[in-house]
Design a protein around this ligand. Structure first.
Ligand code: BEZ
Length: 181
């Protein structure tokens, strides 16, 4: 009995550590302020200002030009941009812990202009403020963000969907977020 209940506690605590991890923000939190870069490092944008008085979808990706982000995540939001706008979303923002030049060129390569704003979080300060930061040094060379989607209404987080395995392509994609609106 003791050994099986100890085993059960271990299983439950390992499930809690991954699937039920809580983040620094959740539904009802104010979106934290963080300085992001748009176009060049001189194009400083406070994400909290972007979300003032607007309904904004923000999605975070582990890396510009990586296969999952380029083939599925970003193209999905570009393809559904008009449907999000029809459901009252004023702006869609893609954030990645890359530099502003890389993010801008990724947006050009994907035809994001007018549909998805490409904001860089080079020092991962926004990811750290959300608690979605993850050390991907071994794979991508630096701290990045877990893959997530978020709805922010006038600066208040309405939903945060972080991939349970950190970088997978499921709950943070455009179709489930669109369906939730
Ligand atoms: C991707 O393909 O999206 C990816 C690749 C390596 C690390 C994280 C994500």
């Amino acid at each position: 009995f003791f050994s099986s209940s100890r085993m059960m506690r271990r299983v439950v605590s390992s499930i809690s550590a991954s699937a039920f991890r809580t983040y620094a923000v959740s539904a009802g939190s104010a979106l934290p302020s963080a300085t992001l870069h748009e176009g060049t490092p001189a194009g400083k944008v406070d994400i909290a200002d972007v979300c003032k008085g607007k309904k904004v979808v923000i999605f975070g990706v582990p890396g510009a030009f990586t296969p999952g982000c380029s083939k599925t995540h970003l193209p999905g939001y570009i393809a559904d941009a008009d449907k999000f706008k029809a459901k009252g979303v004023d702006e869609i923002v893609c954030v990645s812990c890359n530099d502003a030049f890389v993010m801008a060129e990724w947006g050009v390569a994907q035809g994001a202009s007018g549909k998805v704003r490409m904001l860089a979080d080079p020092d991962a300060s926004f990811a750290k403020a959300l608690g979605t930061d993850i050390d991907l040094t071994a794979v991508l060379g630096s701290v990045r963000t877990k893959r997530f989607s978020m709805i922010v209404d006038n600066g208040v987080v309405k939903a945060l969907n972080v991939e349970p395995d950190n970088t997978g392509l499921s709950c943070s994609l455009a179709p489930p977020l669109l369906d939730s609106l």
